[in-house]
Each structure stands twice: as structure tokens, then as C-alpha cells.
Design a protein around this ligand. Structure first.
Ligand SMILES: Cc1ncc(COP(=O)(O)O)c(C=O)c1O
Length: 510
């Protein structure tokens, strides 16, 4: 060992311990003491930061942040710095200007505020670092996850034979749904085992039907699954941005006439822009009639399952073959926490793999639970513990009030905008997003696109609120995604006033 590197060494049992060893999280007294002190400092810094910022953003520039980070030499003298130094540095390069999703005026994307019990759970998740792939890396964690899977299955109204798994997000859950749909079709229509032999020549004709406003992850996943983005066939939506079932029937027939092979329909329960929920019961019937897999992307709308007031909006989800639910959207969980559910546990066979070192066939025969067979990941976080803390501490009833408040806020916003001549609202909010635009002049005078793009950017650069924009039929619209139950009608009115103020500013300079 180099004398310089070996700052201080002490004999500890048979192990020669260097000062660096205290950083290894262990039962060593020095490590435990360092852990306690470090976490205390981190928590103090975060709490101070929370108390001293009352806007979702500071409005700082990309250049200013990039320059500060560029200036840091990661390997200066190959030595580390003290925690105090690094925390101070973090303030400058990240903390001072980070985006606050918990701020009542952050109403941009599908990022929810998170719950304090989940942060306590995170402390256990990251410190004990269980990995969910096998029993011998997770023990009790496996049964905690399984209990939450069963809980969600019951909320979905799935039969007892259903199964599920926590995933990294809606994108991964959607991929699992499409993977099962693809392999189920192959297994039942060809003399091929897709897991062993890959895809049949016909695979280039496989088609998946989903609404024209469904999430882009479907296209991305189909390209990863070897079917190509062109396998997605968009189905027209009605005036509420829900899949039009007459158009769906027509598209299925058209695809068959073209010689293509429809294999699945994806219904969305909560589209990203409009929160619209496709008519799930009718789609399920069309899927059954045509022997197609029916996947529901409820990444956003899944939270309604626990609301007595709104769960009826998801009627028909129980007839699906698979479902995506993002707990990190409408169950108020920190990223990441998501789930994939399948109607029949036999479908696990399409992804199951036995690795001798991990989950051998013998272990399965002995009844040792190994979650890795159900997942497309191997090492996997114990994200389920966050939902566990949420249900144990806040309870389903408490949790359901958050989304109910968000939905009330969306209805309040819709009424507000409908009563104004200078705004155009293009849908009735079904969950908690609102898509609209500022229209202070007549449509035939000038386009509204430049104006609404300017408003979004100006509000972001000012930092007092964060909203977003999207394109509907090639026109720019503004979007609110209301998830925070602490957002008040007064906050919404203030944000509308900001939109008008920046809109007027645009009119003056253009
Ligand atoms: C409807 C829908 N599906 C899937 C996703 C992807 O989820 P994730 O970002 O968790 O991968 C999103 C993300 O916003 C979504 O809105």
C-alpha cells in the first residue's frame, strides 16, 4: 500500500483498516457514526433548502449551470473532499436551481409531489440495498412486494390467477405488455417458440392498434421488440380525445384487408396530454371478438382505482390481458415506482429464464419465491417499500383524497377558462390535465402558436410557476397537469394572470 494513500491504518481484527474504510456502510462503529452524522447533515440541508425557496424554479440559465459543473475537476489529485465541501458545492451546481415538483405552482408534467413516509422508506431501500431478483437477496422484501401486487390485482378486479411485478416505469411496463402480446400471438398461431426461436417471417405484418394520442413509448417499445414503429396503427379519437370504437373496428378490418396481422389493442386510461380514458369495456369486447390481446396503459389513470368517487371511470380495465400502472404518478411515490400486471400468471412463461447461479429450476421446484422470472430486469430496487409505507401510514382513504383534489382543481380551471373570451379550452378534463390556449385576438387575424410558445418559455424563465405546452393537430397549446393537492384555486388564478401578462408582453414586442 502506498504510504500517501494509507493516511492512517489501524489493526481491526485480522483486517488492516485504512481511513477510507469508514465510508463502507457496515456495522463498524466508525461507519455507523459517519452514517448518522452524514444523513443528519443531508437532511438539514434539504430542510433548509425547502424552507427558503417558495417558487418551483429560479429561472437560471442553462449556460450558468453548465459552466459551474464544467469547472469541476472530478479527479483533482485523485483525492476526495469532505462531505461539507461536497454539500456546499451541490448547493451551487444543483440544489439552488433544481425544479420543485412539490411546489403548488409546478403544474407542468406528470411529476407528483411525494409523500414523507416514502422518503423514510427510501432510507431503508438504499441503505439495506435489497435486490428483488431472488429470495436470497431480498427475503421479507419479496413478500412485501407480492402483497402489494395482490392488493393492486384486487383493485384491478383481475381474477385470482393474475400476477404482477414492480417495474422501473410506465415505459418498461408497456414494453412487457407488448412483449407478452407479441409472444402470445406467436405461440398460439405458429409452430415457433418465440423465446427460443425469435420471430416468424410474418412478424413484419404484426400490427398494434392504439389511439392516435397514446403514449410514444408504444412506438419505441415496438421498435425494440423487432416489430418496428410502423407496427403501431393509430386509431382516430372523438372530440374528447378517447379512442373512437367505430374507427377501431374499421381499422382492424382495413389492416386485415391489407394483409397485415392485428395482434393487440392498447387502450389508454389517462392519455398524457388530455387525461382521456378510452372506452375500455367496448374495446375489450372488440378485442375478444377479434381474438386480440388487450393491454391498458393506465400509467396516469391508475390512481383512480383507489378513489370511490372516480374508480368507475376505469370500468372495463378488469377485462384486459395486461395493465401498466405508474405509482410514481398518481400514487404520489418518488421515482421510480411502477407496476405491470397480467391477467394470467401462465404468461410469465414468455419471459421466464432459469439461471443456475440465481434461480435454478430446482429452487422453483422447492417453492422458493424468485421474482426475477417475472421481470425483464435482473437486479431490481425494493421500490415496493415506498407504497407499503404509504398504505400503512396514510391509508388508501387518505391517499385517494389527493387525486380527488387534483381532479377538483382541473374542473375549477376548466370552468374558469370556459367563462373567458380570451382562452380556448379544447376538452373537458376527465382526470387532471387541462389543454388550452390564450387567444386574445380573432383566429383568422394571426396564428396563436408563437404567442403560446412564448408564454410557456417566459413563465419558465421567470420561475414563479411551471406549466408546459403540447401540440394538438400541429397547433401549440398550453397544458396544466394538476397533481398537487396543495395547489389552490388562488394559485391557478395567479398562473392564469401570469399567462395573460406574458401574452400581453408578446403582443407588445411582436
Ligand atoms: C400514458 C403514459 N404511458 C406511459 C408513460 C411512460 O411512463 P414512465 O415515464 O414512467 O416510463 C407515460 C409518461 O408520462 C404516460 O403518460
Amino acid at each position: 500500500m502506498e504510504a500517501k494513500e494509507q493516511i492512517r491504518t489501524i489493526q481491526f481484527g485480522n483486517v488492516l483498516e485504512t481511513d477510507h474504510h469508514k465510508h463502507i456502510f457496515s456495522n463498524n462503529k466508525k461507519s455507523v457514526s459517519l452514517y448518522k452524522k452524514s444523513m443528519k447533515k443531508a437532511i438539514k440541508l434539504i430542510a433548509n433548502h425547502l424552507e427558503n425557496r417558495d417558487t418551483p424554479f429560479t429561472g437560471t440559465s442553462i449556460t450558468s449551470i453548465r459552466e459551474k459543473i464544467d469547472a469541476i475537476g472530478l479527479e483533482e489529485n485523485f483525492e476526495g473532499k469532505s462531505l461539507d465541501y461536497v454539500l456546499d458545492e451541490l448547493k451551487a451546481i444543483y440544489l439552488n436551481d433544481c425544479i420543485h415538483f412539490h411546489d403548488p405552482k409546478y403544474i407542468a408534467h406528470l411529476n407528483c409531489p411525494i409523500l414523507t413516509p416514502t422518503l423514510v422508506a427510501e432510507a431503508f431501500i438504499s441503505s439495506l440495498n435489497s435486490s428483488m431478483d431472488t429470495w436470497d437477496q431480498s427475503t421479507g422484501a419479496t413478500f412485501i412486494e407480492l402483497k402489494l401486487v395482490e392488493w393492486t390485482i384486487e383493485k384491478l378486479g383481475y381474477p385470482q390467477r393474475a400476477d404482477g411485478i414492480f417495474t422501473s416505469g410506465g415505459t418498461q411496463s408497456n414494453m412487457m405488455g407488448l412483449l407478452l402480446a407479441r409472444d402470445h400471438y406467436i405461440k398460439t398461431h405458429y409452430d415457433i417458440d418465440p423465446k427460443m426461436d425469435g420471430l416468424p417471417a410474418d412478424a413484419s405484418k404484426f400490427r398494434v392498434l392504439c389511439s392516435e394520442v397514446s403514449h410514444f413509448s408504444l412506438k419505441k417499445n415496438l421498435s425494440l421488440l423487432g416489430l418496428g414503429q410502423n407496427a403501431v396503427v393509430p386509431v382516430a379519437v372523438d372530440s374528447d380525445f378517447k379512442m373512437n370504437v367505430h374507427a377501431l373496428k374499421k381499422v382492424i378490418q382495413q389492416q386485415k384487408d391489407l394483409g397485415n396481422i392485428p395482434i393487440a389493442i392498447v387502450g389508454t386510461a389517462g392519455t398524457t396530454d388530455f387525461g382521456s380514458i378510452d372506452p375500455l369495456t367496448e374495446i375489450a369486447a372488440i378485442a375478444a371478438e377479434n381474438k386480440l390481446w388487450f393491454h391498458v396503459d393506465a400509467a396516469y389513470g391508475g390512481g383512480l382505482l383507489i378513489s370511490e368517487k372516480h374508480k368507475n371511470k376505469l370500468e372495463g380495465i378488469e377485462f384486459s390481458d395486461s395493465v401498466t400502472i405508474d405509482y410514481h404518478k398518481t400514487f404520489y411515490q418518488p421515482v421510480s415506482s411502477s407496476g405491470f400486471f397480467m391477467r394470467d400468471k401462465l404468461y410469465v412463461d414468455y419471459i421466464k429464464y432459469h439461471a443456475d447461479y440465481l434461480n435454478s429450476k430446482e429452487q422453483e421446484d422447492e417453492g422458493i419465491p424468485n421474482m426475477v422470472k417475472k421481470s425483464i430486469q435482473t437486479t431490481r430496487r425494493f421500490d415496493a417499500l415506498k407504497l407499503w409505507f404509504t398504505l400503512r401510514i396514510i391509508g388508501t382513504k387518505g391517499l385517494s383524497t389527493y387525486m380527488e383534489k387534483a381532479i377538483d382543481n382541473a374542473l375549477f380551471t376548466a370552468n374558469l377558462l370556459r367563462n373567458r373570451d380570451d382562452f380556448e379550452l379544447i376538452h373537458h378534463p376527465e382526470i387532471s390535465t387541462i389543454v388550452f390556449r390564450y387567444t386574445p385576438w380573432k383566429a383568422d387575424e394571426r396564428s396563436f402558436c408563437g404567442l403560446n410558445s412564448y408564454i410557456r418559455k417566459a413563465i419558465f424563465n421567470e420561475g414563479k410557476a411551471i406549466i408546459t405546452s403540447t401540440k394538438v393537430y400541429n397547433e401549440v397549446f398550453l397544458k396544466f397537469t394538476l397533481l398537487n393537492p396543495l395547489t389552490t384555486p388562488a394559485d391557478i388564478e395567479e398562473i392564469i394572470a401570469l399567462i395573460v401578462a406574458h401574452g400581453q408582453e408578446y403582443s407588445l414586442i411582436n
